[in-house]
Design a protein around this ligand. Sequence first.
Ligand code: CTP
Ligand code: MG
Length: 235
Amino acid sequence: SPVAAVIPAAGRGVRLGPGAPKALRALNGTPMLIHAVRALAASRHVSLVIVVAPPDGAGEVKSLLDAHALPERTDFLVVPGGESRQESVRLGLDALPPEYGVVLVHDAARPLVPVDTVDAVIEAVRDGAPAVVPALPLADTVKEVEPATVPGDPEPVVATPDRARLRAVQTPQGFDRATLVRAHADVTDDVTDDASMVERLGLTVVAVPGHEEAFKVTRPLDLVLAEAVLARRRL
Ligand code: CTP
Ligand code: MG
């Protein structure tokens, strides 16, 4: 079954600080979104990329994609996004043509994901998993706290989950198309990733090895790291 990638890129990037919408900020001279689209299009299996643009930036994103060469085999569509990531992904899914049975959802904010990670996710979906996430063990110990009402106040620690059983989850997350569409139709809770919506349906999500370079550009230091990774690759 052909594979399509939905790339939510409609966020403002508040944590990155003032400037253009995060997906349009440059990394070594090229918009982050273009790096992300190329990273997904690098997989021979991905034949369509649907970019979910900032609500008032669909025209600009379309021009950017026209200006930056993608592989011949890759089509793209641009749709305007929504208020939340969840809504943006759903708007992307609404534009998905019927022939695509496998869907990847990939954050524009993870511009450097290696193609091997993309292919590992696709392979696990094709092997029958309804939902697949790339995941890495944690470096830090994680604690659950009672969140302070005033930011910066000390917070009582409630628990320390066993780190060996925890994973930090990345994208692209891969799905059987019908499963993801049902999850977006049925699950109304606020979630931070698509796989957790599939979990709410009672289905099993599987994790495959992620990659350090699939980190999410969230805060200013992440821009420094992303540009250093690109320089190391000589891009
Ligand atoms: N996203 C989206 N639509 C939204 C919010 C987020 O398409 N309404 C996308 C972002 O563009 C990003 C991905 O979801 O590619 C992951 O979100 P995040 O890293 O939180 O990006 P932002 O929401 O842009 O950043 P912030 O939360 O700091 O504002
Ligand atoms: Mg956000």
